[in-house]
Design a protein around this ligand. Structure first.
Ligand SMILES: Nc1nc2c(ncn2[C@@H]2O[C@H](COP(=O)(O)OP(=O)(O)OP(=O)(O)O)[C@@H](O)[C@H]2O)c(=O)[nH]1
Ligand SMILES: [Mg+2]
Length: 315
């Protein structure tokens, strides 16, 4: 069964790919073994796709921008997978109309695959299986995998575990507000793009670009941050974005990818350890909480007691 699914993915069968992603995203324990087998098979065959994360505040134009660069990549002969998150759809409980219509043209291309997020993506960002879903797409022959993530909360820092290249979209006029907040993702962005540089906002966008130009930073040892202006809607500035993408794609990413995958591994193992231990000691935690409620243990005593219990269990 997994063998057939794998064959389907390799043959470019979209339904097989979609089914595989659903399986990997599933939390059902009975699917875990199959999902693992599939992922290991895929990992053996994938060549490194270029994994790009397009992030930014809600409404900045991420979906529109991804459609623009996705279409340009397809025109260059690439195959593009988009794993997108539509916060609106999360709130309405799964309507995917928003992104489907926003990436309508790309969605019609035979060389592109668009997959909206699943419900377990609470943060509008990277999930614990994003790397895996990207790998399935790569196994299906997509050489560019683009994640759309809202640059809020947890996802800000998690993008670094899975993306080769981070593109942060900015609103025209957002220079000041960004000085403080969002440093995390600002420091990780290989490319900053002030979007919506069209009509009345064009000058403001240029101005915002200049305000960032003065404090660009090295993101990786091999890449100096760049800042561009563009209009995802009109296409202005998109050729420059494409140049940056292809330059980045030509870098030797071997070392960076290894370091990133090690970070990813640490992140995932810590997560697994945390949930396993919490599950293992759930009854003890519950009883300690009750003791606090009854007043028989102070918070400090309860924590010390828990620490003792934890060590007893692990020894
Ligand atoms: N003027 C102008 N409007 C744009 C541009 N890019 C996107 N928009 C508009 O901005 C709105 C939001 O665009 P989206 O592409 O959905 O933005 P998003 O960042 O994906 O939004 P969320 O996924 O909801 O966070 C839409 O009405 C777009 O038409 C642009 O370059 N110029
Ligand atoms: Mg969007």
């Amino acid at each position: 069964m997994i063998k057939d699914l794998f064959k389907g993915i390799r043959a470019g069968d979209r339904f097989a790919l979609s089914r595989a992603i659903t399986m990997v995203e599933s939390k059902r324990p009975d699917q875990r073994a199959e999902a693992q087998e599939l992922l290991i098979r895929c990992e053996e065959v994938v060549k490194n796709p270029l994994v790009v994360s397009v992030t930014g505040p809600p409404g900045v134009g991420k979906s529109t921008f991804i459609e623009a660069i996705g279409l340009a990549l397809v025109e260059q002969g690439h195959r593009v997978a988009v794993l997108s998150v539509d916060p609106a759809s999360q709130m309405s409980g799964g309507s995917i109309l928003g992104d489907k219509t926003r990436m309508a043209m790309l969605g019609r291309s035979a060389q592109a695959y668009i997959r909206p997020s699943s419900n377990n993506n609470q943060y509008g960002g990277i999930t614990t299986v994003s790397r895996e879903t990207g790998m399935l797409c790569a196994a299906a022959g997509y050489d560019h995998v683009i994640f759309e993530t809202v640059g809020i909360g947890q996802s800000e820092s998690d993008v670094r575990f899975i993306a080769d290249m981070v593109i942060l979209l900015l609103q025209p006029g957002s220079g000041d507000e960004l000085q403080g907040y969002k440093r995390g993702v600002l420091e990780q962005a290989h490319l900053l793009v002030v979007n919506k540089a069209d009509g009345e906002q064009q000058q403001l966008a240029e101005h915002t670009r200049l305000s960032f130009e003065t404090n660009r930073m090295m993101v990786d040892q091999i890449w100096q941050q760049r800042i561009l202006v563009a209009s995802a809607l009109s296409g202005y500035g998109i050729p420059e974005v494409m140049n940056a993408l292809s330059e980045f794609g030509q870098l030797d990413l071997v070392e960076l990818r290894l370091a990133r995958e090690q970070d990813w591994f640490r992140w995932r193992t810590e997560d697994l350890i945390r949930s396993k231990v919490a599950e293992m000691l759930a009854p003890e935690i519950k009883s300690l909480l009750q003791d606090m409620e009854k007043g028989t243990l102070s918070p400090t005593q309860a924590l010390f007691r828990f620490d003792e219990l934890l060590h007893e269990r692990l020894d």
